[in-house]
Design a binder for this molecule. Structure first.
Ligand code: ADP
Length: 526
């Protein structure tokens, strides 16, 4: 620290206190300057630097000796630099202070020419003529940087929220701070920030779609009473009638004693995603339906035969009836017997048609408790004649007392039928003794239900095995290549897996699993 003269303050001893020697006060003042974190600069009435503290040396990069005696404007960039002399002069004539006693944020300039932001507070040294001024300069580069970063990350967050259709809010339960609703949240809800009134979560309830109200109220009750995080998807109906799908997540922030302080949450507008999923689901359903029709097409010959049989029987019994009625020694018991047979065969044909119609009908997917063993029995009617036509036996090996699965029975039939059709096709070249498809059920050790369709056909070549589940992969002349792709997506949608292994000897085994229905759902169907 270089000093030209002792500071003015040292020349004025405080009344009642033993006067100190000037060099003692000067020393004290210097150590004070050197201890200060902020830069301290004393200038005379013309703006010339008299004192330049150690911090000032550090902050500005000048040694005190370089700047003492120079105009303080060397420490200022344009435009402050040009204005400073005029400013000092005006103050001396008019006493009009722009900074003195007020302080403000200005730009300062280091020795290397770089400019940095600082807070400047200026005081006038009392009791000296001509006046002297003391400036305290606080470098705020870091704070400004932090402010800038915060501002940038806030605007990035806002942009991210806009892109992701995500809004957030904070509700202060103790009202210690104003609640916060992000602009994107207000846009999603179609309201202004002021309308998002306290208590926010309850007030959003008035928009909840009637179909989702029960679920929303239940989630809210859990949130409010048990303090569990809220994680709920629901629809809202806006003032303009538009429906939005929201995914709402919120949690409660508590103090050390566990008292709730605030709710903070995010609301994600997933309307577009849901619409796309809906479209994809409808497309998948149409494809599944198409695949069912095509499987049925392949089995048409067998099914025609299946229906033809009772019709032929009906015709035969009807002719017998005619004969009985015309016969002179007719016995009513014979007639009744033939009519009963007609009735039974008509019912049988009706049943085949009913199953077939059920199977190919374009219908809503509907889950219910399903007994897989019964499902295989039902399926036999649809598949057996086809198998017989191809000289293939169908054998069922069912594990008794299998737990139910919660599934769409028609879709499950479709999976099994696809696998059976493939198994029959794969055995077209096989010797007659090996032409058997074994359908088996069992419960795996982890409780899942497993259905296996095993054949003694050609088996799977490694290159085919890789692509088997890809849509449109087929090795058959008239194949669609959709059966396995659709079967796998049906099984997955039911929470199961579909895969294949080589069969012992020759052929392939296709396995799929389904989770056992929870007890609450399984009992619904009984
Ligand atoms: P598609 O039956 O119309 O060809 P899939 O998706 O059902 O369509 O089957 C795809 C292909 O997988 C078949 O073309 C066949 O090459 C092979 N494949 C399926 N099941 C078997 C099987 N049990 N044995 C041998 N190959 C099979």
């Amino acid at each position: 620290m270089h000093q030209q003269r002792p500071p003015a303050a040292a020349e004025h001893a405080t009344p009642g206190v033993a006067p100190r020697r000037p060099d003692e006060s000067a020393l004290e003042f210097r150590s004070l300057l050197d201890a200060a974190v902020d830069a301290i600069i004393v200038i005379d009435h013309r703006g010339r630097i008299e004192q330049f503290s150690a911090s000032a040396e550090r902050i500005f990069g000048y040694a005190a000796a370089e700047v003492i005696g120079q105009n303080v404007d060397v420490l200022m960039p344009a435009p402050y630099r040009a204005e400073h002399d005029a400013y000092l002069e005006r103050y001396q004539h008019t006493g009009e202070a722009r900074i003195i006693g007020i302080g403000r944020e200005v730009q300062a300039r280091r020795k290397d020419g770089s400019v940095f932001p600082c807070e400047l507070a200026v005081g006038k040294v009392q009791g000296v003529v001509p006046p002297r001024f003391i400036g305290f300069i606080h470098d705020i580069t870091l704070r400004k940087l932090a402010d800038e970063r915060l501002r940038r990350s806030e605007s990035e967050l806002q942009l991210a929220q806009e892109l992701a259709n995500l809004g957030n809010y904070v509700v202060h339960l103790d009202r210690s701070e104003p609640d916060y609703y992000s602009p994107q949240l207000c846009r999603i809800l179609g309201i202004g920030a002021a309308e998002a009134a306290f208590p926010f979560i309850a007030s959003i309830g008035r928009w909840v779609h009637p179909g989702d109200r029960e679920r929303f109220d239940e989630a809210l009750r859990e949130f409010a009473t048990r303090g569990q995080a809220l994680d709920c998807e629901y629809r809202i109906v806006l003032e303009d009638g538009a429906t939005r799908h929201l995914h709402h997540i919120a949690h409660i922030v508590r103090d050390a004693q566990g008292t709730p302080l605030k709710h903070s949450g995010t609301i994600h507008d997933v309307t577009d995603r849901r619409a796309t999923e809906d479209e994809a689901r409808q497309l998948q359903e149409r494809l599944t339906h198409f695949s069912r029709l095509s499987t049925m097409g392949e089995m048409a010959a067998g099914l025609a035969h299946e229906i033809n049989q009772p019709l032929a029987a009906i015709a035969t019994y009807a002719q017998a009836c005619q004969r009985f009625v015309r016969s002179p020694d007719r016995d009513d018991a014979d007639v009744l017997e033939a009519l009963e047979q007609i009735n039974a065969q008509a019912l049988r044909a009706g049943e085949v048609i009913r199953r077939l119609r059920n199977f190919v009908k374009n219908r809503e997917v509907k889950r219910e408790p399903v007994d897989c063993n019964r499902l295989l029995d039902d399926l036999r009617t649809l598949a057996e004649t086809d198998a017989r036509l191809h000289n293939v036996r169908l054998r069922i090996d069912a594990e008794p007392s299998l737990p139910l699965v919660y599934a769409d029975p028609i879709q499950l039939q479709q999976v099994v039928l696809n696998l059976v059709r493939n198994a029959i096709d794969a055995m077209s070249e096989a010797p007659a003794t090996r032409r058997e498809v074994l359908l088996s059920t069992r419960q795996s050790p982890d409780g899942e239900i497993e259905i296996v369709v095993a054949d003694h056909g050609s088996g799977l070549a490694p290159e085919a095995a890789e692509h088997l589940f890809n849509p449109f992969f087929t090795t058959k002349a008239g194949g669609t290549g959709l059966g396995l792709a659709i079967s796998r997506s049906i099984v997955r949608a039911h929470g199961g897996r579909l895969w294949h292994t080589p069969n012992e000897g020759t052929g392939a085994r296709f396995h799929f699993t389904l989770p056992a229905a929870p007890v609450s759902l399984a009992s619904k169907g009984e």
